[in-house]
Design a protein around this ligand. Sequence first.
Ligand SMILES: [Fe+2]
Length: 205
Amino acid sequence: MSEKRPYLPRRFELHGLNGISDRTLEMHFKLYEGYVKETNRLEADIDEILRDGQVDQDEMPAYSELKRRLGFEYNGMVLHEYYFENLTRAGGKNPRRDAAFRNAVEQSFGSYELWKTDFAGIGKMRGVGWAICYQNPATGRLSNHWITLHEVGNVAGFRPVLVMDVWEHAFLLDYAPAERPRYIEAFFSNVDWEAIEARLDPRAR
Ligand SMILES: [Fe+2]
């Protein structure tokens, strides 16, 4: 059996954002690296159990726990990559009028403003998680979803288009816990709308 290669943490050239400090970003990159490390560790532990070709009855409790945690760590890794990738120092508050993303938003929600109200509304929900705008690749339709932690609420097969971390670690060095709306506005002022555009399913553009 060939050796499985571990995931490597990606590097993001991200600094000097509006309203999200470099200190927050540095701390956040470290947290992300923790998810990559844990994903690799869980996979190695699971491989160890599978090494003899079976999951013995006495291994089942440990195996189950590792598998459950894998969903948390794996999504934590992947969602942070989407999050950092959809931010840029040269971001704008709104996508261009003729952008395919705006077009998809208008078809799905009626107006950009309504889509944004819904997305930001999800971001303000109490609890720890993510606001994600997904595209259904079968229809091109966009919908906004609340994800609890990292793994509860992701829609199977849908493409993440805009991903916003609303765990408190994403803004606590810059804002008080009750100031989440200010963080959300700062997030929007740094969105890389071209990266968003590139995530749309080309067949559905
Ligand atoms: Fe985070």
